[in-house]
Design a protein around this ligand. Structure first.
Ligand code: ACO
Length: 435
């Protein structure tokens, strides 16, 4: 971070008074400059107002960069397209956590280090019996990930760097097991214990799909597609769930509790729940001929209908992840021998019509990462309720990287926003008989 206060600043003057405040301008490596408003309240007695934080930098970070207008996404400086094509999820995890790509030796050690932790404490297995069979797997994720805090008392001292390292490994390794077991529990099949001889993505597909009675056959194309989906979802700067993790972590809460908070935040349909919502929307539209009626409802804002999988708080251009998803979608459908998928046809037609419709064009609403991911996951046999869970598996790496960065940042303070109070002014209590 470059504090260029001596050269550049923003001066805020209060109308009708001679009071003003000088706000230093801070620049990062790339991206817009940021006015440091910390002294605004002290100097002028005013807060800033930014609901949804669309214009607020809440922290300094070296992890992920997004240029929403250009449709650029970089992890530690590397374009997402290059990582999706050339890297693997665990290598990306190393990159996000440590800042640099690993050497071959570092990578082997890291892969082994993470995979070593894939098993769950056997007592944690019994937690699943406490859930209804029809519980949403995200409810199970929130509960079981939060419960990890009760099993790793040696990993709760967040001020110890070694504790932070091992917690990161544990979370990244165990989240796929927790997720796959949530699914197995819901369908009444035996839990499959992790296999560390398989890679990260292959092991996840194994725990999801294998049964003890039939030999498991790994599929290279599907494993690669899963690995790519994990890479695309690994981090995305200060989105709602990551900010939730940082806010929870700013209080000194343990990492397992913080990641559970992130999972809860991700669950909403405006965030990680969107790919599930896309499939529901496509099913509701049903046929290409119904698209105009559906879009008319969206544009008329009837019942808050939205074109799910479209629009993004930051991207005002094509989400670069959506392009890779679209390509992966074709690869997966070809591998599975699905020549004509009515859902894909419907999605492509919907995209084509929306991208030429003035309502979406003028608001810069483009497909986001979730528009195609649901179709891929459905083709791979994932039930819709598991879509957001898969997102949580991938994002755990981003959350834990951001959490570690926050803890190691000397300027970190407890997150404590202020408000514009619009409730009643001070008044006296009135006894019930006089109200
Ligand atoms: N369909 C129809 N209209 C939309 C959509 C949409 N998907 N998204 C935004 N708009 C409209 C809004 O109604 C608003 O129109 P108005 O100016 O006439 O009132 C305008 O575009 C701006 O929308 P905001 O809600 O202010 O945009 P915001 O940045 O707050 O929302 C969000 C971003 C939540 C992602 C939104 O675009 C949305 O709900 N999309 C659908 C859900 C979705 O796909 N979420 C996944 C996001 S990616 C991720 O989390 C991995």
């Amino acid at each position: 971070m470059n504090d260029v206060a001596s050269k550049a600043k923003v001066t805020v003057t209060m109308d009708g008074s001679n009071r003003s405040a000088e706000l230093p301008l801070i620049t990062g490596t790339i991206g817009p400059a940021v006015a440091d408003i910390r002294k605004l309240y002290a100097d002028l007695g005013i807060f800033t107002y930014d609901p949804g934080y669309g214009g607020t930098a809440a922290c300094e970070s070296k992890i992920t960069y997004i240029d929403g207008d250009q449709g650029v996404l970089l992890y530690r400086g590397y374009p997402i397209e290059q990582l999706a094509e050339k890297s693997t999820f665990l290598e990306v995890a190393y990159l996000l956590l440590n800042g640099e790509l690993p050497t071959a030796a570092e990578r082997t050690e890291f892969d082994r280090g993470v995979m070593h932790h894939t098993m769950l404490h056997e007592q944690l297995r019994r937690f699943y019996d406490g859930f209804r069979r029809d519980a949403h797997p995200m409810a199970v994720m929130c509960g079981v990930v939060g419960a990890l805090s009760a099993f790793y008392h040696d990993s709760l001292d967040i001020n110890d760097p070694e504790v932070r390292r091992i917690s990161a490994f544990r979370l990244i390794a165990k989240v796929p097991t927790i997720a796959a077991w949530a699914y197995k529990y819901s369908i009444g099949q035996p839990f499959m214990y992790p296999r560390n001889d398989l890679g990260y993505a292959a092991n996840f597909l194994y725990m999801m799909n294998a049964v003890p009675t039939v030999p498991w056959q790994d599929n290279e194309i599907l494993t690669r597609a899963m690995d790519r989906i994990l890479i695309l979802h690994a981090d995305h700067e200060q989105n709602a769930s990551t900010s939730t993790v940082r806010l929870a972590g700013s209080t000194g809460a343990n990492p397992f509790a913080c990641i559970a908070a992130g999972i809860a935040s991700l669950w909403g349909p405006a965030h990680g729940g969107a790919n599930e919502a896309v499939l529901k929307m496509l099913a509701e539209i049903g046929h290409v001929k119904n698209i105009p009626d559906f879009l008319a409802r969206v544009k008329g804002k009837d019942g808050h209908a939205r074109l799910m999988g479209f629009g993004h708080r930051v991207y005002k251009n094509y989400d670069p992840r959506a392009k890779i998803m679209q390509q992966t979608c074709h690869e997966v459908l070809a591998e599975l021998g699905i020549q004509d998928d009515p859902l894909l046809d419907l999605a492509q037609e919907l995209e084509r019509i929306a991208l030429s419709d003035d309502y979406f064009v003028s608001r810069k609403l483009y497909p986001n990462v979730d528009f195609y991911s649901g179709i891929i996951l459905k083709a791979m046999g994932f039930p819709t309720s598991m879509f957001t869970v898969l997102f949580a598996v991938a994002r755990t790496v981003g959350w834990i990287s951001q959490w570690r960065e926050m803890i190691e940042d000397p300027s970190q303070r407890i997150g404590r926003p202020r408000q514009i109070y619009t409730g009643a002014a001070q008044r006296d209590y009135i006894p019930a008989e006089r109200r």
